[in-house]
Write a protein that binds this ligand. Structure first.
Ligand code: BV8
Ligand code: ZN
Length: 258
């Protein structure tokens, strides 16, 4: 049962932030970071692959992993959590969506102006000259052994293309990070969906909202340790918890019109 104090806070919120991690895309079939990677990738540690060093050492292995992930995103559909987040934006004066994810499922569910703290799978750039690649990426077929694919070359300098994501040890895009921190400081309520909260500085966002006086809600099947005042935990999958929160707060079944 969702506490009535949370429903009241959501109904009266003027500035709402939603902050998402890999868990929001889990019900779309996209593996999270901390789930054991499926299939051929089981024997790799994502944190070891998501680094410039790994790309330098074996560009085809890292590019192959990202092509496998890009293909999974192409085959996936937004789930009810993504749609509920897009619908939530229609109920508040000021709405900001911040994601740690590199998929485009929020955009495909109708959210716009999404702040991507860790970049995007859809925008590769050159590892040598950093120019964004304008050549559209082909639809990846299942790389034969699912592991190694030679990255395409930059049309400007001939260097290898890399995924347009922020790797461990790389700085986050300053504009995105500042916009996220600013929204967190100013909001009345922040909903954190599907994140383990272990990766910094992104993991600062919910804490910044709480210390600035906002109500903070965590949506996750795993229990969140904290339970301070002004903090709520809705324990369950985002695809169920978010539509239910929307229904109880605004009396609208997902996608209801009028
Ligand atoms: C940086 C893109 C400056 C690539 C990713 C302190 C301050 C600053 C930096 C650090 C610091 N301490 C350590 C660091 C270094 C590092 C870091 O944080 N390491 C961690 C591991 C300790 N940070 C960095 O390197 C960052 N850079 O700080 O620059 C700098 C510069 C030079 C030297 C030093 C510092 C860059 C970090 C960005 C890395 N890139 N992604 C890619 O996608 O491949 S991070 C990657 O993991 C994801 O993007 C995501 O953001 C992150 C965390 O994953 P989550 O989204 O939380 O997913 P996870 O699997 O962990 O959890 C899923 C959750 O969902 C679970 O809780 C699960 O229960 C839940 N769930 C499951 N199913 C559902 C569900 N929830 C709801 N519904 C469901 N159905
Ligand atoms: Zn280049």
């Amino acid at each position: 049962m969702i506490p009535s104090s949370l429903l009241t806070a959501l109904r009266s919120a003027r500035r709402l932030v939603v902050f998402t991690g890999a868990g929001v895309s889990a019900e779309s079939g996209i593996p999270t970071f901390r789930d054991a990677l499926t299939g051929l990738w089981q024997r790799f540690d994502p944190a070891a692959l998501a680094t410039p060093e790994a790309f330098r050492r074996d560009p085809a292995l890292v590019w192959g992993w990202y092509e496998w992930r890009r293909m999974k995103v192409l085959q996936a559909q937004p789930n009810p959590a993504h749609h509920a987040i897009a619908e939530l934006a229609r109920h508040v004066a000021e709405f900001t969506l911040i994601t740690q994810n590199v998929d485009d499922l929020h955009e495909r569910a109708g959210s716009d102006a999404v702040i991507h703290l860790h970049g995007s799978l859809q925008q590769p750039c050159c590892f040598a000259c950093a120019r964004s690649s304008t050549t559209p990426l082909a639809v990846p077929n299942e790389p034969e052994d699912g592991r190694r694919v030679e990255p395409p070359r930059c049309t400007h300098c001939g260097g290898r293309l890399r995924p347009g994501v922020v790797w461990f040890g790389e700085s986050l895009p300053a504009t995105a990070l500042n916009a996220a921190f600013d929204a967190a400081r100013r909001c009345d309520l922040l909903i954190s969906v599907g994140t383990s909260g272990v990766v910094y500085p992104a993991a600062e966002v919910p804490h910044l909202a709480w210390t600035s006086g906002a109500v903070v809600v965590h949506i996750n099947p795993q229990a969140a340790a904290r339970q301070a005042e002004r903090e709520f935990v809705l324990r369950g999958p985002a695809g169920e918890e978010l539509p239910e929160l929307l229904r109880q707060a605004f009396g609208r079944a997902l996608g209801a019109r009028g």
